[in-house]
Design a protein around this ligand. Sequence first.
Ligand code: NDP
Length: 234
Amino acid sequence: MSRHVIVTGASRGIGAAIAQNFIDQGDNVVAFSRSGQAPTGCAKSLTVDVTDSKAVNEAVKAAIEEFGPVEVAVVNAGVTRDGLAMRMSDEQWRDVLSTNLDGAFYTARATMASMVRARSGSIIFIGSVSPFIGVPGQANYSAAKAGLVGLARSLAKEVASRSVTVNVVAPGLIDTDMTHDLGAAKDTMVAMIPLGHVGQPSDIAGVVGFLASNLARYITGAVIAVDGGLAIGL
Ligand code: NDP
């Protein structure tokens, strides 16, 4: 039976691959992004800036009216604005925290009510290995992604009695627009990856698909690295 799946940041990169994987399984995927772009086959594409809590609430409400209770929410929208902390502007800090952490909270809060009522559902946050390994120039991003882990673990305990699971997938270095301009730093990072190469968006989509499936019904509050071994032992 097709599920109602919301994916934020589904216009490209990892989010698009996640959306495509659910579409391939026959699910009704509602894609959120600022551009309103989405993979062909999405049931609906909505222009939503996740930093705007009112916009998120309205978009989730519209999706529920059309497709029923949300069964899976993949909280994926994210940005980077790297820079050394000593020179990082307030704007760089706020932009990254508001998209990657505030936006994640708004999306989870808006989607979890219908899951709790239905006594079933799965929320999957796309985190990062960045807070576990420490990446210079990513104080804002690492702080936001570390915050996601605390957020997910609190939510996991709040909704466990209603059979709703909440987990974090932590990608390593994945080949998307976000990592195209890393220059020489990319070669340095690849050299640190035990499997020896960057990952593809489909590598993340497969694990998200598993966590949203019945096979993963006993997994909650977990952080699963998908990183070629970059953060082994996290
Ligand atoms: P991309 O830059 O390729 O895509 C980012 C996506 O987020 C786009 O769909 C963009 O859509 C959307 N987005 C950004 N800001 C907003 C916003 N305010 N409201 C709604 N949508 C927004 O990034 P990736 O696919 O690489 O990253 C996806 C997730 O994976 C992010 O959370 C990222 O932090 C995480 N990640 C990525 C890694 C990598 O190596 N690529 C490694 C670790 C984690 P649009 O521009 O249309 O709004």
